[in-house]
Design a protein around this ligand. Structure first.
Ligand code: ADP
Ligand code: MG
Length: 324
């Protein structure tokens, strides 16, 4: 059994990322950090609890990766450039193999995005992982949920529904050919935070959110915050070939509309920006698909391209159930 301080020293101080804006990192009573002149500090925190957000059989490496990925996705959705993270771990016991794997997954992604771990907390108890991330964005260019206007277009990065199908494959509820199964499971296990796309959308998107609970649920948050409604064209939802193979049907949009865990960005923009957006997002390494339009009438309407209504089957996951 190793002590709390040995644990921190062994697993959470050895990192490749060393940033100039970290005046003091892990090891003191607080970190000392420098925010660049003219930038706002964007801060976001998420907790993953065993049995609620992940099952006990999730490999610790995936858990470490995921705990940081979901937070970086929140910064991406604000158009912020990630810089630092803190990590609060509650563990039933200090198991060296588990910690090695967990920290490897965490630092793999931290290195990829030049994020330095600058502090945290370690306690004994039921397994839970809380990560807080900090990033920078010029305040006038932050992408909030509030700016969507009637006449704006609705876009989404990448493809939708892959993670939901990947989870079903992991659970043995869905069968797919080996290469499709690997693609979809990868999308669930290692979501890619769309950080570069978020930064590229500064000054172009009018509102933005990351798709964690499902497109309809998350677009619904933009609509509520902005006081508008939207029309979504199901035929235009971007589906991966693995998705279409696994469903065996290119018109089964349920997972794309309602599946969570994709961590793509859903955003709105004035139609005048469409070409610049498509170019800027493509340069960031993924595509942006136009999937709908904002309207002044509240509510969310799904339809086919030819105008026929499409019946929505369900909404995304909510921790405390829908409001009644
Ligand atoms: P304090 O008691 O002053 O809060 P701790 O003894 O909890 O400090 O932690 C010692 C140092 O290790 C602090 O700098 C803290 O930020 C850091 N730390 C503790 N746990 C972790 C962790 N899981 N990951 C990264 N840093 C951690
Ligand atoms: Mg202290």
């Amino acid at each position: 059994m190793i002590s709390e301080f040995q644990l921190i020293d062994r697993f959470f101080t050895r990192q490749r990322v060393r940033r100039d804006d970290v005046l003091l990192g892990v090891g003191d009573d607080a970190a000392l950090l420098r925010v660049p002149e003219g930038q706002a500090l964007a801060v976001s925190v998420d907790t993953l609890v065993e049995g609620v957000h992940f099952l006990s059989d999730m490999p610790p490496r995936d858990l470490g990766y995921r705990a940081l990925a979901v937070n970086l996705s929140d910064l991406a959705a604000m158009g912020a450039q990630p810089a630092w993270a803190t990590l609060a771990l509650t563990l039933p016991c200090a198991e060296v193999d588990w910690l090695g794997e967990f920290s490897a997954g965490f630092f793999e992604l931290a290195h990829e995005f030049d994020v330095q771990l600058v502090g945290g907390n370690t306690a004994r108890g039921p397994l839970s992982v809380t990560v807080q991330v900090h990033g920078f964005v010029p305040p006038a260019h932050a992408l909030t949920r509030r700016g969507a206007r009637a006449g704006d277009l609705v876009f989404v990065t990448g493809t939708l529904g892959d993670a939901a199908l990947g989870l079903r494959i992991e659970r043995g509820e869905l069968q797919a050919a080996d290469d499709d199964a690997a693609t979809l499971r990868g999308r669930f296990r290692h979501p890619t935070p769309r950080v570069a796309a978020g930064v590229a959308l500064r000054g172009l998107a009018s509102a933005c959110i990351d798709v964690s609970d499902g497109l309809l649920a998350d677009l619904g948050h933009i609509l509520d915050a902005s006081g508008v409604g939207a029309r979504v064209w199901v035929d235009d939802l971007p589906l991966s070939t693995a998705y279409v193979h696994a469903r065996g049907d290119a018109t089964d949009w349920n997972a794309a509309l309602n599946g969570g865990d994709d961590y793509e960005l859903c955003f709105t923009a004035n139609p005048a920006h469409r070409e610049r957006i498509e170019r800027a997002v493509a340069a960031s390494g993924c595509a942006a698909a136009c999937i709908g339009a904002i309207e002044s009438t509240p509510g969310l309407r799904c339809e086919y391209r030819d105008g026929r209504p499409y019946r929505i089957e369900q909404r995304g996951y909510q921790h405390f159930g829908p409001e009644t």
